[in-house]
Design a protein. Sequence first.
Length: 176
Amino acid sequence: MGDSPLKEMVEGIERLNQAGATRIVIACNTAHYWYDELAAASKAPIIHIADSVCNHLPEGLKKVGILATKGTIDTQMYQSKFEKLGIPFELSNQEELNDFFTPACYAVKQNQIYQGGYLFEKAAQGLIDRGASHILMACTEVPLGLDVIGSSLLEISIDPAKSLALECIKYWHSAA
């Protein structure tokens, strides 16, 4: 996964706490690998991205295809939540990660968004072929890539950033 960004993330959490944050949201799925350490360093509660997804799952969900980085997959954060809820899931295999998902992430980061979108679509198709009824776009680059190519997969996709936004709205209403 490379060098740990934990020190810098904790510094960011500390700045948000000093600024008076009452809740903290981290839109990066992979960053939740360090959730426990970040939550321990924060006075304000941090909304967990996987919890927010589970609170806003679509109707008709039969099996979730988790489209994510190896780091997010390795955290088991979505798998453990889905298991507790009795929701079947499917993961990308190593070939799909190597041939489609990882190159798609780098393509989007390098502003080759169309290329990334088509690669994400291929990675997602493998999950669908293995029975996924919905695709969890568990990487912030995925919605951007699929959107720019007008992918029909967006109709069956779950966007964690939208789930986080809904959690923020829910908190805002409860605090008002």
